[in-house]
Design a protein around this ligand. Structure first.
Ligand SMILES: NC(=O)c1ccc[n+]([C@@H]2O[C@H](COP(=O)([O-])OP(=O)(O)OC[C@H]3O[C@@H](n4cnc5c(N)ncnc54)[C@H](O)[C@@H]3O)[C@@H](O)[C@H]2O)c1
Length: 332
């Protein structure tokens, strides 16, 4: 018996694997180890899991957008739950390489729904994104809000994943939970995200690009809080009782925001990184980038009510924790 995690070599996937194995669950991790960012970082995350958990962790390098390879990798697997976190992530890259998003996030998502369907009743938690809220101006964002105007193809694929999941939950009565993550950060994070880019540049004495002239707000969510929410969702699949669920479904399908429920000025985060690095940033102010949204802020009342989710890490604690890990990892 094992939990299947896709994107297990990724930032969030490797942390979820760690938490599940720490409580004794066996994990089957799959990941294509693509080179969207450092493959060495992905390998290091896997090496750490192997070292700590030995036989509890099984890993297969497989591309889940190839259903033949995916099914072959899972033939003898006894799966009791699925956490589908693998995806082509990143808003800006979706303007450069849209096909990567179609392949991983649309074809790949259907393949994962099929994996779940073939294992009747096995719950699946999957990653959506705060970017589905697009240019919505009413803050905080609520799961009941309309989300029909994505500003990037990345966001459109995540919204499409929610829609396809709704159909599967309706037709096949599969327990599915979609989590709209809000700017996740922390140790073992992603090199394409602002916190990593800023820390790297500040330590190297190089300028940091500050978009929208610094008028950016994000609901920054610490990785350990995210993992707590993912595991709570996995442990509490939606019942098939016909009642209306978070996000509006009457099928066994819930949608939750999972954020810190605080919208922070990007400038405050930069100050915290400066303090943790012991150096001042050189700010290079630039206009907002195409596809980007100026502000995000999660209403988390649905996940609070259903799963008791309550984030505990503020950026005052989380940012120094990230910088400290970054410096250790790079010897910087
Ligand atoms: N980190 C955030 O702030 C954030 C915010 C919103 C949503 N999300 C979503 O959460 C999930 C996890 O994000 P993350 O930050 O850990 O990203 P990540 O890029 O670190 O991890 C994703 C992993 O998926 C793997 N992958 C991609 N395509 C694959 C394929 N076709 N087959 C197998 N593996 C594949 C990649 O190699 C990578 O290791 C993603 O779905 C992402 O879109 C993340």
């Amino acid at each position: 018996m094992a939990i299947l995690i896709t994107g297990a070599a990724g930032f969030i996937g490797s942390h979820v694997a760690e938490r599940l194995m720490a409580r004794g669950d066996a994990v089957i991790g799959i990941d294509s180890l693509n080179d969207y960012y450092s493959v060495a970082l992905k390998q290091d995350r896997l090496a750490r899991l192997r070292e700590r958990y030995g036989d509890l962790f099984r890993f297969a390098q497989v591309d889940f957008s190839n259903h033949v390879a995916l099914d072959a990798a899972l033939t003898d697997a006894d799966i009791t739950g699925i956490v589908h976190l693998g995806a082509q992530a990143g808003v800006r890259y979706s303007l450069e390489n849209p096909r990567a998003y179609v392949q991983a996030n649309l074809v790949g998502h259907v393949n994962m729904l099929e994996v779940a369907r073939a294992r009747k009743g096995v719950p699946m938690v999957y990653a959506s994104s705060s970017s589905v809220y697009g240019g919505n101006e009413t803050l905080p964002f609520r799961v009941e809000d309309r989300v029909d105007h994505p500003l990037s193809l990345y966001a459109a694929t995540k919204k499409a994943d929610e829609l396809m999941s709704e159909t599967y939950a309706h037709l096949y009565r599969m327990p599915l939970t979609g989590l709209r993550f809000f700017t996740v950060y922390g140790p073992w994070g992603r090199p394409d995200m602002a916190m990593w880019i800023f820390t790297k540049a500040i330590l190297a004495g190089q300028p940091i690009p500050v978009f929208n002239h610094g008028r950016m707000q994000r609901d920054f969510t610490y990785i350990e809080d995210i993992v707590t929410g993912v595991v709570a969702a996995l442990d509490n699949p939606p019942p098939d009782d016909g009642a209306e669920k978070a996000g509006g479904s009457r099928a066994p399908h819930r949608l939750y925001n999972i954020g810190n429920h605080r919208s922070e000025e990007l400038t405050k985060v930069i100050s915290l990184i400066e303090t943790a690095c012991g150096r001042e940033a050189l700010r290079d102010y630039q206009p907002i980038q195409p596809g980007d949204v100026p502000a995000t802020y999660a209403d988390i009342s649905a996940i609070q009510r259903d799963l008791g989710f309550a984030p505990t890490t503020t950026i005052d604690v989380g940012v120094p924790a990230f910088v400290s890990w970054y410096r250790d990892y790079h010897g910087a």
